[in-house]
Design a protein. Structure first.
Length: 402
């Protein structure tokens, strides 16, 4: 480790709130599927800023759009109409179920907006319906309402009292949802595929059944697509795999290809419950973030990216499944598109460290699950090189066991 990196880590520990267990490297540059640390070491990135840099690091289209926007207009208030924001909303609406978008700055904020909107929607009808059913192992963010909606005790512990009005049921269990419905229930909130909770993929009929349950019981369906959207699963939005349309959808991570943004999309009928003054965000849909989002969106239509995601995802899954036959400590391989996980039988942070040492970034969730979310532009030979390193690591691991 160079003096430069040592110095950075020392200062980081001194001046940065210790909310992350950080790896002992500082990343200073990125291009495409690669990033470099302060010592000049190169890494192939299978983390992508956690499913943010879907188009790769510093894609030309986004860099150009941001540069142009930065020189034109950095920020104005949402008291005025903002051209790139309007254009991004138009693209999102034309390519989804939604009629309108509300912009904010993060996934948690997008989900907060959704929670507020469903309450307001029923309030305006004079109905006392405010309870939202959410799922175990879900992840919706770190603000008070979104952590209360999140179905993981480790995220809530120490922050009690939680916000009320959330009921948590097992994921991929429609009977549990039906059972949890009361006269106060207003919505079901769910990730199409759970990200942080372990890349958990429900039955193919799950979302359709949830939508039916919502229709029958006067509930709204909120899809948290913060991680699954923007091509990650091989469709622009993951719900497009399942022949349903939600009432509300939240976006963030990959939406602006590396610039902070969040969005909540909904139909006119629902989003019209928000009147001027009901909800706001100073930076929401800021000109620079929106210009980046618009450039990212255009890249999806220009490039044949979605079929590439399906092809690479299938390839990665098949390679990992081959490994599973050889190594007894691999419990499960699962994924959709380029949202892929390998579940191990024991805590696996040392595997992440091994890969990092060899120049590959992966991450570990729920202690035992290795998650692979590379930029969507990843190529076969890059997947092969990751597989080689994992095999090398597992051969050594197997050697230790015998
Ligand atoms: C990351 C994530 C969030 C939170 O997004 P932030 O931008 O960190 O607030 C919410 N929901 C899901 C599904 C996520 O993956």
């Amino acid at each position: 480790m160079s003096m430069k990196t040592k110095e950075l880590i020392k200062k980081s520990n001194k001046y940065i709130a210790q909310t992350y267990g950080r790896f002992p490297i500082a990343l200073v540059r990125g291009k495409g599927t690669k990033v470099w640390d302060a010592d000049g070491k190169e890494y192939l990135d299978f983390v992508s800023g956690i499913a943010v840099c879907n188009l790769g690091h510093c894609p030309d289209a986004i860099v150009t759009a941001v540069k142009n926007q930065v020189e034109t207009l950095l920020h104005v208030s949402n008291l005025y109409h903002i051209e790139p924001q309007i254009e991004l909303a138009e693209e999102l609406v034309k390519n989804s179920f939604a009629d309108k978008a509300f912009f904010c700055n993060s996934g948690a904020e997008a989900n907060e907006a959704a929670i507020k909107l469903v309450r307001k929607y029923f309030h305006d009808q004079g109905k006392e319906k405010y309870e939202i059913i959410t799922m175990k192992q879900s992840f919706h963010g770190r603000t008070m309402a979104t952590l209360s909606a999140t179905g993981q005790a480790k995220i809530q512990k120490g922050f009690e009292p939680l916000s009320s009005g959330f009921k948590c049921v097992p994921f991929d269990d429609t009977a549990a949802v039906t059972e949890a419905i009361s006269s106060k229930t207003c919505a079901v909130m769910v990730e199409p595929i759970q990200g942080e909770g372990g890349v958990n993929i429900p039955d193919d009929n799950y979302l359709k059944s949830l939508k039916d349950i919502c229709n029958k019981n006067d509930l709204l369906l909120i899809l948290d697509e913060v991680q699954t959207a923007m091509g990650r699963t091989g469709r622009l939005f993951a719900y497009q795999h399942y022949e349903i349309e939600p009432d509300i959808m939240t976006l963030a991570k990959g939406l602006a290809g590396g610039i902070a943004i969040g969005a909540m999309l909904a139909t006119n009928k629902i989003i019209s419950a928000f009147k001027p003054g009901n909800h706001a965000s100073t930076f929401g849909g800021n000109p620079v973030a929106a210009a980046a989002g618009l450039a990212a969106f255009k890249e999806f239509s220009h490039k044949n990216l979605l079929s590439h995601v399906e092809e690479m995802g299938t390839y990665l899954l098949s390679k990992l499944n081959d490994m599973k036959k050889r190594f007894p400590f691999i419990k499960d391989i699962r994924g959709k598109g380029l949202m892929v996980a390998m579940e191990m039988d024991s805590p696996s942070s040392e595997i992440v460290n091994y890969c990092m040492d060899k120049g590959f970034l992966i991450n570990c969730i729920q202690e035992k699950i290795l998650r692979f979310v590379p930029p969507l532009i990843v190529q076969k030979n890059e997947i092969d090189s990751l597989i080689n390193i994992l095999e090398q690591c597992f051969d050594e691991k197997l050697g230790q066991h015998i």
